[in-house]
Design a protein around this ligand. Structure first.
Ligand code: KQY
Length: 374
């Protein structure tokens, strides 16, 4: 038993993202059937994100053999660039979920070590419902990162993406039913069995389930990381809209009601900070025309509403790496809200985050923090 009454398989727990990191891991986009104009714009935004994070913590960018020289030339020297194969560059979902493991040193003293969970992955829904048909290289990303770091690996056969969970580091996990209970992930597991696995592997004792994620987040079936996250234990930020005609309104209201009535693992009521969504934003004809529409990946159609949310930010050591969508009013409002929520962090605007949204995710989805050992 690790946390009160909770059997944890390995005596591990996942620290919250707002706890100290030793490192941040990112991939490098290149697939032309998801990133427009041969990933030119997407790569420029990845460079901005990597540089912004590197002001706060070390960053490693992993790029394929075909892209390594190019990635190296685009990134400053203090950012490590290593070769790694992948099907796409969403390290939040394909990278390991790092945990901290309590153990005993050879002298018998208690010590803490970092390890990684290697979840199963099916491209966000499998052959018929997922984003692309071959995810064999993505399946190896977590294992390779853990091998590079020489850290213990806990394989998990349950399908789960890192973007579908947020934890407060004190026993609470936030997730959505839309994603985790979707039949395209683990059709043979009940909600109770999924809860059991989350508790055992993440070292949490309470799961707060929101019914749905962000409207239009169809690639991921409503990942929590576009909808709601922890600022600190007892405080969450929720994607919001005041526009009752927007289908997002019902989703935000529904989530607000559940969060207002919830308590966390330590019995605390939650303070909810509302963060208004941009737009609505839609893929243009020109943007869709720049994507190679092939049958290997999901089609990207003009007029599709982008799953754009300011909640999909990254918390670095002392920095908030915040998406900006070119929507002046809501971009500024997001920076204001985030600055108030994180008074001890510098909020860094990443202009052009729309490019990541066009490919189905955002800043949080392309990053993976490795915790520092306390
Ligand atoms: O939201 C994320 N964690 C990743 C989005 C991936 C979308 C793939 N097209």
């Amino acid at each position: 038993m690790d946390l009160e009454g909770t059997p944890t398989l390995h005596g591990c727990h996942m620290p919250a993202e707002f706890e100290p990191h030793s490192h941040c891991w990112m991939g490098w986009p290149e697939r032309q059937d998801n990133w427009r104009d041969c990933a030119f714009h997407g790569q420029r935004v990845f460079v901005k994100v990597a540089i912004a994070i590197s002001k706060f913590e070390p960053v490693t960018v992993c790029a394929s053999a075909a892209q390594w020289t190019h990635a190296r030339s685009q990134l400053p020297q203090h950012i490590r660039v290593i070769e790694m194969s992948m099907n796409d560059s969403w390290f939040r979902d394909t990278g390991p979920t790092f945990v901290i493991r309590k153990s005993k040193s050879s002298s018998g003293n208690p010590e803490q070590k970092v390890a990684g969970i290697d979840w199963n992955f099916n491209s966000w829904g499998g052959t018929d419902d997922g984003c692309y048909r071959d995810w064999s290289l993505d399946l190896l990303v977590a294992r390779k990162i853990l091998a590079i770091e020489m850290l213990p690996r806990f394989p998990q056969c349950m399908i789960l993406e890192g973007g579908s969970i947020h934890v407060d580091g004190e026993g609470t996990c936030l997730t959505t039913e839309e994603c985790l209970l979707n039949k395209n992930r683990n059709p043979d597991l009940t909600k109770e069995q999924i809860e059991h696995e989350l508790k055992a592997y993440l070292g949490v004792k309470k799961i707060i389930w929101l019914p749905r994620g962000l409207f239009g987040d169809d690639d991921t079936n409503g990942h929590i990381d576009n909808m709601c996250c922890f600022v600190k234990p007892g405080v969450v930020i929720l994607s919001w809209t005041d526009d009752e005609s927007d289908p997002q309104y019902e989703r935000s209201m529904e989530a607000f009601s559940i969060l207002s009535n919830a308590t966390d693992a330590n019995g605390r009521k939650l303070q909810i900070i509302k963060l208004h969504v941009p737009g609505p934003l839609y893929m243009t004809d020109e943007e869709a025309a720049g994507i190679m529409q092939e049958c290997e990946a999901k089609a990207r159609l003009p007029g599709t509403r982008l799953a754009a949310s300011y909640v999909n930010f990254y918390i670095a050591n002392g920095g908030i790496i915040a998406p900006q969508f070119g929507d002046q009013k809501w971009d500024d409002e997001a920076v204001h809200v985030l600055s108030q929520a994180f008074p001890d962090h510098e909020v860094v605007r990443i202009e052009g985050a729309r490019e990541i949204a066009l490919a189905g995710g955002n800043i949080h989805c392309i990053t993976q923090q490795q915790p520092a050992c306390p």
